[in-house]
Each structure stands twice: as structure tokens, then as C-alpha cells.
Design a protein around this ligand. Structure first.
Ligand code: FE2
Length: 315
């Protein structure tokens, strides 16, 4: 093979070596070609030892710098990888802290309103399942889970005399009770990572046909998370024990949700709910109960706290 071919092949085989071309031809094009192929220098015969020494020295210096650069890059990649892992771990810890804070907030509400014990956790899980079925992104799922979990957090701001009143509320008391959506929104919207969740807290009492509160939003004016929440909330309210009645069977909740499709509920969300197997809905309360046990046993009391026993009396 020619000197040029040899240079090409030898370089592939020994990438960490430096190459000097030595030739008898005094041809500048050959020199340029050799340098293009990666030779560090080009020597002409007859060889002068002094010139060889200088070329070798320069070749070694160039190779040393190349190796240093390669090592630096390699180390840099390692450092970046290590830092990225540390950052991801820190982010996960922050997310966990967020969710622990949410649990504490929800727990604070349960301390006041025993009827909702476990309700927030179950509704949050139901919402997640429906939200997945309608194709929500992972970011939407997080916000929906948090928003539905905190939906009634504003009840903390409702006086005990109304929140815990036995029997029906009068017109004025209903109005005070209804402020819980906005109170909750004002609490939660101040927290940056709950901005999406706050929207659900504000609109969780809206109805698809526009007869809900506080804004009387209609159809898709209501955020998707809240349209999902409406179905999940009714499902849980009807299939949970209440101090004044036993839990109704799943079939009763399903029939009510179908009946209210297009009125209280978004028909598309209802379709997503109906497309899922029943065991989903039966498994969730059991999982929550297992998790909730030991945190706080729900106490019973004689009458409903809200404005009467409707399908979403829990809210
Ligand atoms: Fe509510």
C-alpha cells in the first residue's frame, strides 16, 4: 500500500499514537494530503536528526494536549451525570415533601369534618383513573390529583356552627358554605406548585349545565380536572357509608352518573368513566382504607353537615 493508505489504516488501529510522514518526494500537495489525513508533521528524506527531534517533540506535545482534552471531556461528562442524578434526587425529595404537605393539609380538614374521612384520598384516586382514560398528560395528572385531594380545603374557613350543623342549612348558611370554593382557592393559589390545583379547588362545585357555583361556568369553561372531579365526587359520595345512610351499590352510582350526563357531568368524561372496568372502582376504596387505617378512624355523628343529602352532599 502507499504511504497515504498506510497512514489512514494505522491511524484507525492506533488512535492514540502520533504519526509523522517521511517521504522522498518534495511535493507540497503530498504534505498537505498527509496533514489532512491526520499526520502531525511531514519530513523529507534525507532525514536530518535535528528536524526529526523537533517534529517528534511537537507530535508528542500535540498528542499530550489531545489526551488531556479527551480526559477533561470524559471527566466533565461524569461530573455532569453525577450532578444531574443529584438534582433529580433533590427534585424527587421536593415532590415528596410537597405531597406530604398536601396530606397534612387534607388531614387538617378531616379533623374538622369527620364525614369526609378518606373521601379526599378516594376522590383523588378516582380522578386519576378517569384522567388517565381521557388521555391527560403526566403534569395534568399531578395537578388533578392535588386539586381533587384539596377540593374542600376551603371548608377550614367555614364556621363550625355551619360546617357541623345537624340537619339542613338555611339560605344564608348555604351561601356561607358555598364560599368554601373561593376560600380554598385563595389559600392554595398562593402556593406556586399548586397553581393548577387551585383552579380545580375554585371550580369543583361547578356543573356542566351552568347551575353550579361560584361562577356558574358552562361546559368546557369548566377546567377538565373539575369536570372529571364532578363524576369522581358523586361516585364516592354515593358508594361511601354516611352516618345517616349505608353506602349505595356501585350500580346505583353508575345509573346516577349516566342520568346526569350532560347536566351535572361532561358526557365525554362520563363515557371515559363507563369505558373502565368496575373492579377499578371497587379496588380503590379498599386500598385507601388500608392506607388510611391508623391515621384516623372516622367518627360517626347523627346528621349531615351540608345543605342536604344530594348526590354530591360530601362537597
Ligand atoms: Fe366542595
Amino acid at each position: 500500500m502507499s504511504g497515504m493508505e498506510f497512514l489512514e489504516q494505522a491511524q484507525k488501529k492506533y488512535p492514540r499514537s502520533a504519526f509523522l510522514m517521511v517521504t522522498g518526494e518534495d511535493d507540497i500537495r503530498q504534505a498537505v494530503q498527509a496533514m489532512k489525513l491526520g499526520a502531525v508533521d511531514y519530513l523529507l528524506k534525507p532525514i536530518e536528526l535535528e528536524a526529526v527531534a523537533i517534529s517528534v517533540q511537537r507530535a508528542l506535545e500535540i498528542k499530550r494536549m489531545e489526551l488531556e482534552l479527551a480526559n477533561y471531556r470524559h471527566n466533565l461528562e461524569g461530573v455532569v451525570e453525577q450532578r444531574t442524578k443529584q438534582l433529580q434526587a433533590a427534585m424527587r425529595r421536593i415532590e415528596m415533601t410537597y405531597d406530604e404537605t398536601l396530606e397534612a393539609l387534607g388531614g387538617a380538614l378531616d379533623l374538622r369534618d369527620t364525614e369526609t374521612a378518606g373521601h379526599s384520598q378516594r376522590v383523588s384516586q378516582y380522578c386519576l383513573e378517569i384522567a388517565r382514560a381521557v388521555g391527560c398528560s403526566s403534569d395534568q395528572l399531578k395537578q388533578i390529583a392535588r386539586g381533587s385531594y384539596l377540593h374542600d380545603i376551603g371548608k377550614i374557613g367555614v364556621p363550625d356552627a355551619i360546617l357541623l350543623k345537624e340537619g339542613k342549612l338555611n339560605e344564608q348558611e348555604i351561601q356561607v358554605m358555598q364560599t368554601h370554593a373561593r376560600i380554598g382557592y385563595d389559600m392554595v393559589s398562593r402556593i406556586a406548585f399548586l397553581a393548577g390545583a387551585a383552579e380545580i379547588v375554585l371550580t369543583h362545585q361547578e356543573r356542566y349545565d351552568g347551575t353550579g357555583y361560584p361562577q356558574g361556568l358552562v361546559g368546557e369553561e369548566i377546567p377538565l380536572g373539575s369536570r372529571i372531579f364532578a363524576v369522581a365526587d358523586t361516585l364516592d359520595a354515593m358508594t361511601s357509608d354516611r352516618p345517616y345512610r349505608r353506602a349505595l351499590p356501585f350500580s346505583a352510582a353508575k345509573a346516577e352518573i349516566i342520568r346526569e350526563s350532560g347536566r351535572q357531568f361532561d358526557p365525554e368524561v362520563v363515557q371515559a368513566f363507563l369505558s373502565m372496568p368496575e373492579y377499578f372502582w371497587e379496588k380503590i376504596p379498599q386500598d385507601v382504607k388500608r392506607r388510611y387505617r391508623g391515621v384516623r378512624a372516622p367518627a360517626s355523628r347523627p346528621g349531615p353537615p351540608g345543605s342536604g343529602a344530594t348526590s354530591n352532599a360530601s362537597s
